[in-house]
Ligand binder design. Structure first.
Ligand code: NAD
Length: 321
């Protein structure tokens, strides 16, 4: 830890950022929280609003709006800032604009002397995390994205409902891109220590088709929520709070974050969602699961999609890529 204050600076006080901040407050997950946004007035208002909840919370947090200089002694800088897609705008054009936004954030954060951990939530999160790594020049273990942490939580919830087991006793991951090419390595999915594929083989009432449907539901969850209420934010805010607690508490917890691969799963030059041990150093290490060939191929395909997306951006002459 940079200091013993458990200090988090949040950049981007929109729906995702403030859901994260609200979760931090309710879980008493840090001692100091600084809010930064391009819209300074909004950040000030959000800090006031949160402070007015302090009397009803068990937390004794110091909450304020601030400046990039406040990052100097922070343990975590969480980035939820971004611009939304304009009508008719291509994915690449949006990505270029968000890369510019990140340049305007990461440069002053590093200039402050910040030496903590970057936690990125802005989409496309695997690409934005790689951009943060490139712009900051940090050790890649200190730059992580939310990756498939939320997708994994959605999977565990849906499996828990189907199998009628507490999701906390369901051990299964979503891996790869936080997006269309993500997948579930079913060979690794377990209830307690019992393989879900074995459960399936032994119990006719557990249908493998239904499991495939759950995987699709996880992939499509964000689209459905956005169709219903324009954006998703509570789940990701909770996922970010969980990752934050793992870092600040030096927990060595396993979470599926977007981490740089350096040979794990045969992949390099890519940030993708993989189970990682998370502690005060960030990604302490990537867990290498023993994936059968078919699942290893699906992971490789997801990494290919991510690599191509990043290279398309870099090829377009975007600084920092
Ligand atoms: P939002 O529009 O509500 O908030 C974005 C905030 O960023 C705004 O307050 C805006 O003022 C600020 N901002 C823009 N440019 C900035 C800059 N240069 N410096 C500082 N602040 C700046 O959006 P949201 O709903 O909160 O979503 C934020 C991001 O999170 C989006 O990219 C969204 O796709 C992503 N998201 C990720 C996940 C995930 O699983 N990783 C889930 C949901 C949403």
């Amino acid at each position: 830890m940079v200091n013993d204050k458990r200090k988090v600076v949040l950049v981007g006080t929109g729906m995702v950022g403030m859901s994260y901040a609200y979760a931090l407050l309710n879980q008493n997950a840090c001692d100091e929280l600084v809010l930064i946004d391009l819209n300074k007035k909004r950040a000030e208002g959000e800090a006031m609003d949160l402070n007015h909840g302090l009397a009803f919370s068990g937390a004794n947090m110091k909450i304020s709006s601030g400046e990039y200089a406040d990052c100097k002694d922070a343990d975590i800088v969480a980035i939820c800032a971004g611009v939304a897609q304009r009508p008719g705008e291509t994915r690449l054009a949006l990505l270029k604009r968000n890369a510019k936004v990140f340049s305007s954030i990461v440069d002053p954060v590093t200039a402050s002397g910040f030496d903590g951990i970057f936690l990125v939530a802005t989409n496309p999160v695997d690409i934005m995390t790689r951009i943060t790594y490139m712009l900051s020049g940090f050790n890649p273990r200190k730059v992580l994205g939310t990756g498939t942490a939320l997708d994994t939580a959605r999977l565990r919830y849906l499996l828990g409902e189907y199998l009628r087991v507490d999701p906390r006793n369901v051990h299964a991951y979503v891996m790869g891109e936080h997006g269309d090419s993500e997948f579930v390595p079913w060979s690794q999915a377990q209830v307690a220590t019992k393989s879900i594929l074995e459960l399936c083989a032994e119990n006719p009432e557990i249908d493998q088709e239904h499991l495939a449907g759950i995987e699709r539901d996880v992939q499509e969850a964000a689209y459905k929520i956005i169709e219903a209420k324009n954006a998703t934010y509570y789940g990701i805010g909770m996922a970010m709070a969980r990752i934050t607690r793992a870092i600040l508490g030096d927990e060595n917890s396993v979470l599926t974050v977007s981490a740089m691969l350096r040979g794990e799963y045969g992949q390099t030059d890519v940030f993708a969602g993989v189970p990682c041990i998370i502690n005060k150093s960030g990604v302490q290490r990537v867990l290498k699961l023993s994936l059968p060939q078919e699942e290893s191929d699906r992971f490789g395909e997801s990494c290919r999609v991510l690599r191509e997306c990043y290279e398309e951006l870099a090829g377009s002459g975007q600084d920092g890529c």
